[in-house]
Design a protein around this ligand. Structure first.
Ligand code: PRP
Ligand code: URA
Length: 212
């Protein structure tokens, strides 16, 4: 698809390999969950490459030196339930101090319109870097509504991470929230008439949690 400001499609070979394993319909629940976590960690490594550092004094067994640590800006990870939950551990392993918010959304199976059923965010949220996670960006409706909700609560600096996206969803999210940086593992071909991503990986929530 065309290039859009603030949209990054990640290309690392290890990430692409793991996404292919995810797509495979024969990948079972335990492996699927582990892959989602690893992919989230690889994506976060890239998405967080603009974190500020500050030098502090550090004493090695040899001598004292000044060495960088992540500067004070606080972070929040906000998964869109359910499937976004699968990405939290991978990011939290990199940033163990991050607070976790939750936004519950489900898509109506007929209309594909998202419905919010839960929202609990760390407070105050204004100063935090907020990383919203959802493996699938299909029509973009769930991500758009979740980010609107975060902004209504005062969120200002927001990044969105998905594993697989449809071009339609990327365009819609970018148009609705052009200030949000969007990181995608792979942008697929299109949505089908049920608003599933093709080729995609099926229903991410069901595959992570072993439901049908
Ligand atoms: C899936 C997925 C996204 C949403 C994407 O969730 O995890 O949240 O659909 O579709 P959209 O871009 O068209 O809004 P679903 O509603 O199936 O809920 P679940 O995670 O609880 O299974
Ligand atoms: N949600 C999913 O889990 N998969 C899709 O392909 C679209 C929405």
């Amino acid at each position: 698809m065309e290039k859009l400001d603030n949209v990054v499609e990640l290309t690392h070979p290890l990430l692409q390999h793991k996404i292919t394993m995810l797509r495979d319909k024969n990948t079972g629940t335990a492996e699927f969950r582990a892959l989602v976590e690893e992919i989230a960690m690889l994506e976060a490594f890239e998405a967080l490459n603009d974190l500020q550092t500050v030098d502090i004094e550090c004493e090695t067994p040899i001598e004292k030196c000044m060495a960088p640590v992540i500067a004070g800006r606080k972070m929040a990870i906000v998964p869109i339930l359910r499937a976004g939950l699968g990405m939290v551990n991978g990011i939290q392993k990199l940033v163990p101090t991050a607070k976790i918010g939750h936004i519950g959304m489900y898509r109506d199976e007929e209309t594909h319109i998202p419905h919010e059923y839960y929202c609990k965010l760390p407070s105050p949220i204004e100063e935090r870097l907020i990383v919203v996670t959802d493996p699938m960006l299909a029509t973009g409706g769930s991500a758009i509504d979740a980010i609107t909700l975060i902004k209504q609560h005062g969120g200002k600096r927001i990044k969105f991470m998905a594993i697989i996206a449809a071009p339609e969803g990327v365009r819609a999210l970018h148009e609705a929230h052009p200030d949000v940086q969007i990181y995608i593992g792979h942008i697929d071909r299109e949505l089908n008439s049920d608003a599933y991503i093709c080729p995609g990986l099926g229903d991410a929530g069901d595959r992570i949690f072993g439901t049908k």
